[in-house]
Design a binder for this molecule. Structure first.
Ligand code: 4AD
Ligand code: MG
Length: 455
């Protein structure tokens, strides 16, 4: 048992009742503990009170028989209001019926702040509409399901870092304020930079291509911004992306990395966040199949599947060859498999200017999108990068991008250019899929979308 961190505080633990967290309360079975908590809910049944406490690590039900405590303590608990902050002492008892396996025989409750009756906590245990909940996001995150999602997000972030760190990728942080576009200017947030125009980054990629040529294997992990006018359940205007970039690696290496990376993330969540997956009601059987290798499908093969589906009336709109897949297309393709699929070699015209053409047929780009199962669609986008100076320069010109702004990027092809590859995974998309959520807005503490920037 490793040591709990014990912050100095006026809310010191009671003698003989050490501080504990609900997530690890089993370590104290049969003993009294102190919890720094909030009241989540309170039920009453005759001479029994059933307060449910939460402490950020989980929830636990307490039991207070009238005869077991002083009348004063009984009355104090009986009149507690939802979300009042409390220091609870009680004895830990195993109970097979309890969701977390334990209950608390409450001995005392000290109130830190009592929520007044006339301003009750706005999120009651009844159903609320999503707009209302998003408007109260700062409070909504206290509820068990939202807390569990945020803990799973933290686990996925940690797992992503651990995987890359342990596989020799060096974290290099690209700038967030950038002078030029990476994937085209239409979706950039401009900012005024001492009289000049700058933009919030939409991907660290171009910068970590340079750190990859300096350090070999690198990654970035940071916020990215897209001023997309998309109102789908997959789009945020501010999201977190993890991007590995790998010198001397080709598309096959990259696909191998992507499938091992994703398998690792899912396995980590299954082993370390089982309790939270249970809280949110995730069907974990659907996650247990997620093991490398993943199916690899050429773009052309995916298109054939879509055409077939359309002919059978399973897809409303016909797919036009040469387009990027729309959400319904991705949903259809990914729902055909029990694990993520890697769609590679899109027509070069649909994809970004920096992608290496396939030497077997330069009509196609050496790129890959990873589509998550259960209809979640794209979670990873990546490619091999153009290594040739002349070709890259031509592509920049063809895309009407300002050559001046890309001189440093072209330098990477002037000085020791090598084949190199990388991808980006949006954390929120990965969390939405692994948690089985309907919308990415619940995967991040404060979602930024087309129509929300409050709170
Ligand atoms: O496919 P994208 O646009 O790829 C890039 O930005 C590359 N420069 C990454 C690279 O090769 N290093 O974005 C990568 C991933 C997507 O697969 C998706 O998971 C996520 O970022 N993403 C978004 N997530 C939430 N909201 C949005 N608006 C997103 N746009 C992309
Ligand atoms: Mg993409």
């Amino acid at each position: 048992m490793s040591e709990e961190i014990k912050p100095e505080s006026v809310t010191a633990p009671v003698a003989n009742a050490p501080l504990a967290t609900i997530a690890r309360i089993g370590e104290h079975e049969g003993h009294s503990v102190t919890l720094r908590a909030w009241l989540y809910n309170l039920r009453e049944s005759g001479k029994l009170l059933f307060p449910i406490f939460r402490d950020g690590s989980g929830t636990i039900q307490g039991i207070v028989p009238k005869a077991a405590v002083t009348p004063e303590i009984f009355e104090r608990i009986k009149t507690l209001t939802q979300e009042s902050s409390v220091i609870v002492t009680g004895k830990v008892r195993a109970d097979k019926r309890a969701p977390g396996g334990y209950e608390l025989d409450v001995e005392n409750v000290e109130v830190v702040q009592r929520v007044p009756e006339d301003t009750p906590f706005p999120i009651s245990l009844k159903e609320h509409g999503t707009d209302f909940l998003m408007e109260h996001r700062h409070l909504w995150i206290r509820t068990p399901r939202q807390s569990a999602i945020l803990r799973i997000r933290a686990e996925i972030v940690k797992a992503a870092r651990d995987f890359l760190d342990d596989n020799g990728f060096i974290l290099t942080d690209p700038p967030i304020l950038t002078p030029a576009a990476c994937e085209g200017t239409s979706t950039l947030f401009p900012v005024e930079y001492f009289g000049d125009e700058a933009f919030l980054t939409q991907s660290g990629q171009l910068y970590i291509e340079s750190t990859a040529l300096a350090l070999g294997k690198v990654y970035s992990f940071g916020p990215t911004f897209r001023a997309e006018k998309s109102k789908t359940r997959r789009h945020l205007t501010e999201f977190w992306m993890v991007e590995p970039e790998w010198a001397y690696a080709g598309l096959d290496d990259l696909m191998g990395l992507a499938e091992n990376f994703i398998s690792f993330l899912v396995d980590r969540v299954l082993t370390r966040r089982a309790a939270d997956l249970k809280v949110i009601g995730r069907d974990t059987a659907k996650l247990e199949t997620i093991k490398a290798p993943f199916p690899r499908l050429r773009y052309d093969e995916a298109v054939a599947m879509l055409n077939d589906a359309h002919a059978k009336g399973l897809l409303e709109n016909p797919f036009e060859y040469g387009n990027d897949f729309g959400s319904p297309d991705e949903t259809y393709i990914s729902s055909q498999f029990d694990r993520p699929i890697m769609v590679h070699r899109y027509p070069a015209g649909v994809k970004a200017f920096y992608m290496e053409p396939d030497p077997d047929d330069p009509k196609y780009a050496l790129c890959v999108d990873v589509l998550a199962p259960e209809g979640y669609g794209e979670i990873i986008g990546g490619s091999q990068r153009i290594a040739s100076y002349d070709l890259l320069k031509t592509r920049i010109e063809e895309h009407n991008l300002p050559l001046d702004a890309f001189q440093w990027y072209l330098d990477l092809r002037r000085y020791g250019s090598v084949p190199h590859s990388g991808f980006g995974m949006g954390i929120e998309r990965a969390v939405a899929w692994i948690c089985g959520l309907e919308h990415v807005r619940e995967t991040i503490p404060f979602a930024r979308t087309l129509n929300r920037i409050y709170p």
